[in-house]
Design a protein around this ligand. Structure first.
Ligand code: NAD
Length: 356
């Protein structure tokens, strides 16, 4: 059995982590011997342009790694639909992923998809309180929530609520929001005015549906923030499982808190989503932690931590969070075809048809 390159691979990446996403796609694709055509998001092409200058400088044969710039519905769609492209690897939203999968059917392309999430961060009452508090904040507010694996739902043991939520709200209100280039900044602006509007729309929907904010819930416009897309770290309580802020990926600094009373209820709430990208569990009982992690329908899980990512470990989602895996040996396999080679060591007459 031998592994061979698939051929020409189209690679479409999102605007968050643009350089990292380019590396996750190009490194295994090229190492496996394919030719790769990368299309960055139209709003974040600059790091890819710089990377491709280095690729040219490094002496890659012409055409082995190519960069295509342009909008998703035209340049991206052309890659996904082209009969000359053998594989499409996509990272982005689930709605786009569905379109890419459909476009890829014409020549039965190999498809890998890394899509969105609504990942739960589950805190049991026996967790280390301070550790869980800090990670619950880090899970959602790192990178202002523009992170596919963001812990955008906090599933909190009801017994902890009275003590945990006021501390969470107070600490989150102290997050220093500002220019991402200032060293003291802890949370930066959202990517575009359009994305700002989308996130503010979700906050309004949360209020309309009856949830309450215990932190943030508004745009920040004071002083230097007046001309940017800044949103205060926002925490919703009194949520219901059917609310938009609980069900849909917001991709901003908005946390929906859901309370549970039993381990079974925590698992049920955690899995009550079309997504299945990531999940974190905080508990002082390692046996319980592993038991719960195994019941979660998510591809990336963490016990007493949130967000660490290892190049060696396969990255990807269950359910509508994706198809296939990146990173690790699984990530390399996704760029290889498998061929069986059967060799007859003693060729002789077959004697199947009598007339031969
Ligand atoms: P997006 O789906 O809008 O765009 C992603 C890429 O697809 C862009 O390059 C865009 O130009 C292209 N595109 C858009 N429409 C297309 C079409 N019809 N055909 C082909 N290509 C098309 O996503 P985004 O807003 O740039 O990124 C945010 C999303 O990415 C979030 O949902 C996030 O969860 C997801 N994401 C997932 C992972 C992961 O590892 N699972 C990592 C990062 C981001």
């Amino acid at each position: 059995v031998v592994r061979e390159p698939i051929g020409v691979c189209g690679q479409i990446i999102p605007w968050n982590y643009p350089l990292l996403m380019a590396a996750w796609k190009l490194a295994p694709g090229l190492a496996a011997g394919n030719c790769c055509i990368l299309k960055p998001a139209e709003i974040t092409p600059l790091t890819a342009i710089e990377l491709f200058k280095l690729i040219a400088e490094a002496g890659f044969p012409p055409g082995v790694a190519q960069l295509v710039l342009g909008p998703g519905p035209t340049a991206g769609h052309a890659l996904a639909a082209s009969l000359l492209v053998d594989k499409i690897a996509f990272t982005g939203g689930t709605v786009t992923g569905r379109k890419i999968m459909a476009a890829a059917t014409a020549n039965i392309k190999k498809v890998t998809l890394e899509l969105g999430g609504k990942s739960p961060c589950i805190v049991f009452a026996d967790a280390d309180f301070e550790v869980a508090l800090e990670y619950a904040m880090f899970a959602i507010f790192a990178g202002q929530g523009e992170v596919c694996s963001a812990g955008s739902r906090l599933l909190l043991d009801k017994k902890l609520a009275d003590k945990f939520l006021p501390r969470l709200a107070a600490a989150s209100a102290l997050i220093v929001v500002g220019d991402g280039l200032h060293p003291e900044t802890e949370m930066g602006p959202l990517i575009t005015p359009a994305h700002l509007e989308k996130v503010l729309g979700y906050i309004a929907a949360g209020r309309d549906e009856g949830a309450e904010t215990i932190c943030g819930g508004h745009r920040l416009t004071d002083g230097a923030l007046a001309h940017g897309n800044f949103v205060a770290p926002t925490i919703f309580v009194n949520t219901e499982p059917g609310m938009k802020i609980v069900r849909e990926e917001i991709f901003g600094p908005v946390l929906a808190v859901q309370l549970f009373e039993t381990e079974e209820e925590a698992v049920q709430l955690a899995n009550d989503t079309i997504y299945g990208l990531a999940a974190g569990v905080f508990t002082g009982d390692a046996g319980k932690g592993l038991r719960v992690l195994k019941k979660l329908r998510a591809g990336i899980t963490w016990l007493n931590t949130y967000h660490p990512t290892f190049n060696e470990a396969p990255w990807g989602g269950y359910k509508q969070s994706g198809l296939g895996r990146e990173l690790g040996t699984a990530g390399l396999d996704a760029y290889l075809e498998t061929k069986q080679i059967n060799i007859n060591l003693r060729p002789g007459r077959l004697n199947w048809f009598g007339g031969v």
